[in-house]
Design a protein around this ligand. Structure first.
Ligand SMILES: Cc1cc2nc3c(=O)[nH]c(=O)nc-3n(C[C@H](O)[C@H](O)[C@H](O)COP(=O)(O)O)c2cc1C
Length: 177
């Protein structure tokens, strides 16, 4: 099974990417494609630029989704919403195929240094990603990343760790069916 993974961030020190990498340790028996949104850098979307054609990167983003069997992602929250980097890729891709996520099962996550763990971007994504073709199977938000996460050992808090592990197990069962 091919797993596409990404963080909704272009930060070189992305905490969302750390969370994704922690989760991917439970998917070592699968083929993993961990992409970096920096490799999908495009002009800021506008209807005027769109008239000049679609960037190759937008097609490539849709292609990596097409080629996967499941998606694991964690979204950064900027000003209560998607990061500009993710939104730009999302906007370009949605203009080629509004069903961006192409019915792929998704483990959707978010984290932030704050106590809501990117809960606002999570609420937006879990509400609206299905309209863009995502089959959101599980969701997880990790609050206070710097208190609750260790780079070596992952989620520290036992209850949060169990919650995430249970969701990973359920997701695995759902994508294997
Ligand atoms: C412009 C900007 C806006 C932000 N807005 C929020 C916010 O609304 N909610 C939040 O929890 N964190 C917010 N943050 C903090 C981010 O959650 C934090 O930078 C986090 O590391 C982003 O995830 P990343 O490391 O994966 O890029 C903001 C950060 C920036 C730079």
């Amino acid at each position: 099974m091919k797993i596409l993974a990404f963080a909704g961030s272009t930060s070189s020190t992305s905490i969302n990417k750390e969370l994704v990498k922690f989760v991917l340790k439970d998917f070592q028996d699968h083929e993993i494609n961990l992409i970096d949104l920096n490799d999908f850098d495009m002009p800021v979307f506008s209807v005027d630029r769109e008239k000049k054609g679609f960037p190759d990167e937008a097609h490539r983003f849709l292609k990596v989704i097409e080629e996967c069997d499941a998606i694991i992602c964690s979204l950064a929250e900027h000003n209560r919403s998607y990061s500009a980097a993710f939104k730009n890729v999302f906007d370009w891709a949605s203009r080629i195929n509004v069903k961006v996520f192409q019915s792929k099962p998704m483990l959707l996550m978010s984290t932030s240094p704050g106590g809501y763990g990117g809960g606002n971007v999570m609420n937006t994504a879990k509400t609206f990603f299905p309209q863009f073709g995502a089959d959101v199977k599980q969701t997880f938000s990790l609050p206070k990343f710097y208190e609750n996460f260790d780079i070596e050992s992952g989620v520290i808090d036992p209850l949060m760790r169990k919650d995430l592990k249970d969701k990973i197990s359920s997701f695995k069962a759902q994508i294997n069916n």
